[in-house]
Design a protein around this ligand. Structure first.
Ligand code: ATP
Length: 309
C-alpha cells in the first residue's frame, strides 16, 4: 500500500491561486524526497495529507485512509514537522514534547518517558530541561522533529527540516532523518527545494513544479552500477588511453580520468587495464565501476523547477 496516493488532486485557494493541479502520484514506503522550488506546492500537499486542508478536486489517501473523512486516524499515524517556527519559547523542551505526547493520547507517565526517549534520539537529552527560547536554530529544529516522533508514527512528514541551519547543522539533521528512516523503520517524506542536499538520504524522489508532477523515481536503480569502468591515474592518462584503445577497448578521456566501456564479459577489460598500467609504469588511483547519477534522472527537467546544490 502506498504511503500517500493522490488522484487528479487539485487545491485552489480562496483568491484563485491553484497550488496543486491534476496531481496523480503514489509515494511508496522509505525515505522519500519531495522536491520542488519554493511555491511548487509541497506544503499544500503535506497539509492535504494531514487533513488540515480539503482538496477542491480529486482525491488523496494516506496509509490507506481518507484524510478528509478520517483526519484524526491519519494524524494518529503520522508525525508532522512544520516548516515555520511554531515552538512556545517559554516552555521547557521536555514539557512541550510531553504535552504533545499527551495530545496524541498517551497517559501521563508514558508520555513523560516517551518524550525523554525521543529527545535522546534527536540528541537533546542533556538539554531537555532548558527553555526552548534559549535554544539555537538547530536545537529548535530537533525539538520540532521530536514532537513529530513522540507518538511513534508510521509516517513522518518533514517540511524543509534543514531550514535556517548552517552546512554542518544541515548535514547533522539529514543524518538524523536518515537514521530515523533506516533504524526506526519509520517512513519519511522530506520536503526540500534542494535536490542535491537530500538525494543522498532518499530511497526515492518525487519532483513537483507549479502543483504538477514532474518526475517520480526510485533511487534503487541509481545505486546500481552502469557498464562503465572509471580509471584514474596520476599522470600518463593519454598514453594509457592510447594503449587501451589499441587493445580494442572503447575509451573516453577527461584529463586524468578514463571511462572504459565494459563488454558483455567484464574480465578482459580489467586484465587489459591492469597490464597496460603495469607496462606503462603508471600510478593507479582509482579503478571502479561507475554508478548512475541521481542528477541524470532530473537532468531534463525545466529549470529552475528543481534547485541543485
Ligand atoms: N493559504 C494560502 N492562500 C493562498 N495561496 C496560498 C496559501 N498557501 C499557499 N499558497 C500559494 O500556493 C502555492 C504553493 O504554495 P506551497 O506553500 O504549497 O509551496 P511550497 O512548495 O511548499 O513552497 P515553500 O517551501 O515556499 O512553502 C504558492 O503559490 C503559494 O503562494
Amino acid at each position: 500500500m502506498p504511503l500517500i496516493e493522490t488522484t487528479a488532486l487539485e487545491m485552489r485557494y480562496d483568491g484563485g491561486v491553484t497550488a496543486l493541479a491534476d496531481l496523480t502520484l503514489a509515494i511508496e514506503a522509505g525515505v522519500v524526497g519531495l522536491v520542488g522550488v519554493n511555491g511548487a506546492g509541497k506544503t499544500t500537499l503535506i497539509k492535504l495529507a494531514l487533513g488540515l486542508l480539503t482538496p477542491t478536486g480529486g482525491g488523496i489517501r494516506v496509509l490507506g485512509l481518507d484524510p478528509v473523512a478520517d483526519g484524526d486516524r491519519v494524524r494518529a499515524k503520522v508525525g508532522y514537522m512544520p516548516e515555520h517556527d511554531c515552538l512556545p519559547p517559554d516552555m521547557i523542551a521536555a514539557e512541550f514534547v510531553t504535552h504533545m505526547a499527551r495530545m496524541s493520547g498517551l497517559p501521563a507517565a508514558a508520555a513523560r518517558e516517551r518524550a525523554s526517549e525521543t529527545l535522546r534520539h534527536v540528541g537533546l537529552y542533556e538539554e531537555r530541561y532548558r527553555r526552548i527560547g534559549g535554544y539555537s536554530t538547530g536545537m529548535k529544529q530537533r525539538v520540532k522533529l521530536a514532537q513529530a516522533l513522540v507518538h511513534d508514527p508510521e509516517l513522518l512528514l518533514l517540511d524543509e527540516p534543514t531550514n535556517g541551519l548552517d552546512p554542518a547543522g544541515r548535514r547533522a539533521m539529514l543524518d538524523l532523518v536518515h537514521r530515523i528512516g533506516t533504524e526506526f523503520g519509520v517512513s519519511v517524506v522530506i520536503c526540500s527545494h534542494l535536490l542535491g542536499e537530500i538525494e543522498r538520504i532518499c530511497t526515492s524522489l518525487v519532483a513537483i513544479d507549479a502543483g504538477r508532477l514532474l518526475r517520480s523515481a526510485s533511487l534503487s536503480a541509481m545505486t546500481e552500477h552502469n557498464d562503465l569502468l572509471v580509471v584514474e591515474v596520476d599522470a600518463g592518462a593519454d598514453r594509457l588511453a592510447d594503449a587501451l584503445t589499441a587493445a580494442g577497448l572503447d575509451v573516453r578521456r577527461d584529463n586524468r580520468v578514463l571511462t572504459v566501456r565494459l563488454g558483455d564479459d567484464d574480465g578482459p577489460a580489467y586484465d587489459l587495464i591492469r597490464d597496460a598500467v603495469a607496462d606503462l609504469d603508471l600510478a593507479l588511483h582509482r579503478l571502479e565501476r561507475q554508478r548512475h547519477q541521481v542528477a541524470d534522472l532530473f537532468r531534463d527537467l525545466p529549470t529552475p523547477a528543481v534547485t541543485r546544490v
